[in-house]
Design a protein around this ligand. Structure first.
Ligand code: SF4
Ligand code: SF4
Length: 125
């Protein structure tokens, strides 16, 4: 992948992560309660195979990538988690907030466009 394409992709994931993190930290009664070991395992494998990044386990007994201040993996290394919110998962939108939903899909589409080119022929996700 070109450096420029890599930087754009990382930037889009960072924006997506900021967008979804706000939903969880501001509105969830049990923030991070949706984290599971299997998603950490996916992220560790994904980071290694697609980005050649070795994610290091934390002290956490149940979630290998959970640190003191939340997830230790950068947003582009854990795409399933970064894209996840309860509203999107359950309703495909953030109900009552068309602007947020539009921004979410704008970023997701931008990511998909880059990944279709950058990772053509790969099966990893
Ligand atoms: S995805 Fe849902 S359960 Fe998980 S932290 Fe966000 S609002 Fe909470
Ligand atoms: S957000 Fe981080 S700690 Fe939570 S499941 Fe995903 S990779 Fe694991």
């Amino acid at each position: 992948m070109h450096d420029e394409m890599r930087a754009r992709l990382i930037g889009h994931y960072a924006q997506l992560g900021a967008l979804t993190a706000r939903e969880c930290s501001g509105q969830c009664a049990r923030p991070r309660s949706c984290c599971e070991e299997k998603y950490c395992a996916f992220a560790i494998d994904f980071a290694k195979t697609r980005w050649q990044v070795e994610l290091q386990p934390t002290w956490h007994p149940a979630l290998p990538l959970m640190g003191d201040d939340g997830c230790t993996a950068a947003p582009h290394l854990r795409p399933i988690c970064t894209a996840h919110t309860c509203e999107i998962c359950e309703h495909g939108e953030k109900r009552g907030d068309a602007a947020w939903t539009a921004r979410y899909y704008e970023i997701m589409n931008a990511i998909a466009e880059i990944e279709a080119i950058a990772f053509a022929g790969e099966t990893g996700r």
